[in-house]
Write a protein that binds this ligand. Structure first.
Ligand code: SAH
Length: 257
């Protein structure tokens, strides 16, 4: 089995086109991005409670229009957001500037970013020294993104490489079972039409055991987990114990490997 990932091919052009097409509405809280806006305060507080975001070096993988990236920067974190879709990145940049929030955005996959040299924003580096992003971040977030890529294991591996020993990686995605199919696709896309049809592909949903196995194989250890609950009557999300549909995992890279 080859261990070399073709880093350019681990993105689905149809997925990126879909996010490009919707990008102008990213910050409209009543648009297709309503769920991300509604989830955001909950995931932000959860992350902050575990890592205390202020002054942390944070990478947000698949940042889209920057809903989480910007919120983490407002907590005092030094945030870089990466994504492969141009328009969400433009919107993210424009929004952060308009709000006067300092977030650095770049067009990259996680795998390519792990190989890229760090920029001049990195303090304490001798000039001209080639440094990659390996072991560079205190916190990495990769939310609602893994279910849109062909090989989530390669993204997870890159995240594990880029986090410092003792640092944290946060993942969220959608479980794969008949209930998640009924709720995340049939109800959300076809009945309630909160998301456009085709937003999610069932085959790309990931069971928590699978995500955990991939993260463990990359050297990350589980520290916390939650299910994501949605009440269609109040249209509110909350974190709870049931992980049958949406869920979040907090992983940590051990200090001593
Ligand atoms: N993480 C954000 C946005 C989720 S939407 C949030 O939770 O608020 C999913 C994002 O993943 C989109 O912006 C899409 O362009 C991006 N994406 C999809 N495939 C990607 C890939 N291979 N590499 C980087 N970003 C990708």
């Amino acid at each position: 089995m080859s261990t070399i990932h073709n880093i350019e091919s681990n993105a689905d052009p149809a997925e990126l086109a879909r996010f490009n097409q919707l990008a102008s509405r990213w910050w409209d809280e009543n648009s297709e991005f309503k769920p991300l806006h509604r989830i955001n305060p909950h995931r932000l507080e959860w992350i902050d409670s575990l890592v205390q975001l202020a002054d942390k070096q944070v990478l947000d993988v698949g940042c889209g229009g920057g809903i989480l990236a910007e919120a983490m920067a407002r907590k005092g974190a030094k945030v870089t957001g990466i994504d492969l879709a141009d328009k969400p990145l433009q919107i993210a940049q424009w929004h952060a500037q308009a709000q006067d929030v300092d977030v650095h955005y770049a067009k990259s996959s996680a795998e390519a970013w792990a190989e890229a040299r760090t920029g001049e924003r990195v303090e304490g580096l001798a000039e001209g020294r080639a440094e990659k992003h390996a072991g560079h971040y205190d916190v990495i977030t990769c939310m609602e993104m893994l279910e849109h890529v062909p090989s989530p294991a390669a993204v997870i591996q890159a995240c594990a490489e880029m986090v410092k020993p003792g640092g944290w990686v946060f993942f969220s995605t959608i479980n794969r079972n008949p209930l998640s199919y009924a709720l995340a696709i049939v109800a959300i896309e076809y009945i309630m039409r909160i998301l456009p049809r085709g937003t999610h592909q069932y085959a790309r949903f990931i069971k928590p055991t699978e995500l955990l196995a991939m993260a463990n194989a990359s050297g990350l250890e589980l520290r916390d987990k939650h299910g994501l609950g949605y009440n269609p009557l109040t249209q509110r999300f909350r974190l709870h114990g049931f992980m049958g549909v949406g869920y979040l995992l907090a992983m940590q890279k051990p200090l001593l490997a």
